[in-house]
Design a protein around this ligand. Structure first.
Ligand code: SOE
Length: 387
């Protein structure tokens, strides 16, 4: 294995920026067994891709992803493009013998996700690894939450509430973007941010979502077409474009243990900027985490003496907490971007150890099956639908 992992990143939007920070920060924060090298960034527009290469520190830039994944001086392909391109690029990269990191959701359909999971399983027999980018698992407080649940801190799980509420579409005149086009994104709030709520639930509880009943709603049906804008991007053009995805997803899940979970995904929750929250309630206590307060974990320990119970706030910044060994002294806080460095750390260490990094494409497929079941349930009048 070469002393370096030479990386090609396909795409350079918001996730391209976040992944670039991860590739650059991780080797400085952690003693990685192999050093990742930011070799080439790929985009359709040569000028914009050259600018992204300069801004984020990529050695080269290119416009033809098919040529790049065939290069023998590339070891890893990092896919940060919209969901309609994930399966084609990932399957081609795995076939070319490249390790793959693919953004979430894994694909735009179960069929695509199944093909990707099959390709990853085959590639693993050749020592090629694949991972899907559910980075919130790698916030230290979330990993601690998973560990506390696994060690029995809250007892037997009774119920879960997981929601992801944003408000960047609450303005009806916010521009059209690829995330509102079913052909590009596969679904709206459900797949874009509901996928995180589903993955978090399955990750921290160790339970699968087995059955769902849900409703999907489109609130604003047309939006202005604009030139490319900052942030989440805008769809170029004049006039108005048709929104073909859900704006709001509400659904109930029956977990594999029989416990019930409630889910919400919306980009219309006025005032909620990036509120991914999960609360797990057990017979001996509860745990709550909110991305908008990402360093803290709320813990209700019902084994405390009467009068001393209720949620306490654990500041998850101690050196012994997950991932903190690479960063600052207690209380100096981490941010949104650190999860992307933790993702790089875990991927590189798995590749070096010859093991499958988590979440695997199979885990990404399990989320895709839940998304699909919610869409089928909503189309059938919110009936209970098997995942
Ligand atoms: C937009 O809703 C978005 O960028 C999602 O696509 C990301 O997955 C989420 O982490 C932040 O919000």
């Amino acid at each position: 294995m070469s002393a370096q992992l030479r990386v090609a990143m396909i795409g350079h939007g918001f996730m391209g920026a976040a992944h670039s920070v991860g590739w650059r920060q991780a080797p400085a924060a952690f003693d990685l067994p192999i050093h990742p090298r930011m070799s080439v960034i790929v985009g359709r527009d040569a000028e914009k891709t050259a600018s992204a290469a300069d801004r984020w520190g990529w050695a080269e830039h290119a416009t033809d992803w098919r040529a790049v994944i065939e290069r023998d001086d590339i070891d890893v392909v990092d896919i940060v493009t919209p969901g309609d391109t994930h399966s084609e690029i990932a399957i081609a990269a795995l076939a070319a013998g490249k390790h793959v990191l693919c953004e979430k959701p894994l694909a735009n359909s179960v069929a695509e996700a199944e093909a990707m999971a099959d390709a990853a399983r085959d590639a693993a027999t050749r020592g090629i690894r694949a991972m899907v980018g559910f980075t919130y698992r790698r916030v230290p407080a979330v990993t601690l939450m998973r560990d506390m649940i696994a060690s029995g801190s809250i007892g037997s799980i009774r119920q879960v509430h997981a929601s992801y509420r944003q408000d960047w579409l609450a303005d009806a005149d916010a521009p059209m973007t690829w995330r509102l086009d079913k052909d590009r994104a596969g679904s709206g709030a459900l797949g874009d941010i509901g996928a995180h709520a589903i993955d978090l639930t399955q990750f921290v509880t160790g339970l699968g979502v087995a059955e769902v009943s849900g409703v999907l709603e489109t609130i604003v049906h047309e939006r202005p077409l604009l030139g490319e804008s900052s942030g989440l991007g805008g769809t170029a053009g004049t006039g108005r474009g048709r929104v073909t995805v859900d704006d709001l997803a509400l659904f109930t899940g029956r977990l594999s243990s029989g416990a019930l979970a409630s889910f919400e995904a919306t980009r219309f929750a006025t005032g909620r900027k990036n509120a991914l929250e999960i609360e797990v309630s057990g017979d001996a206590g509860a745990l709550h985490w909110n991305l908008e307060d990402l360093n803290a974990l709320q813990f209700d320990d019902e084994s405390a003496e009467p009068g001393r119970r209720g949620f306490t706030r654990i500041l998850v910044t101690e050196p012994e907490h997950p991932y903190l060994s690479g960063w600052w002294p207690a209380g100096h806080m981490l941010g949104y971007e650190h999860g992307f460095s933790h993702q790089v750390k875990d991927l590189v260490e798995a590749i070096s150890a010859g093991s499958d990094p988590h979440p695997t494409f199979a885990e990404g497929l399990s989320v895709q099956r839940v998304l699909d079941a919610v869409e089928r349930s909503s189309a059938a009048g919110s009936t209970w639908t098997t995942v």
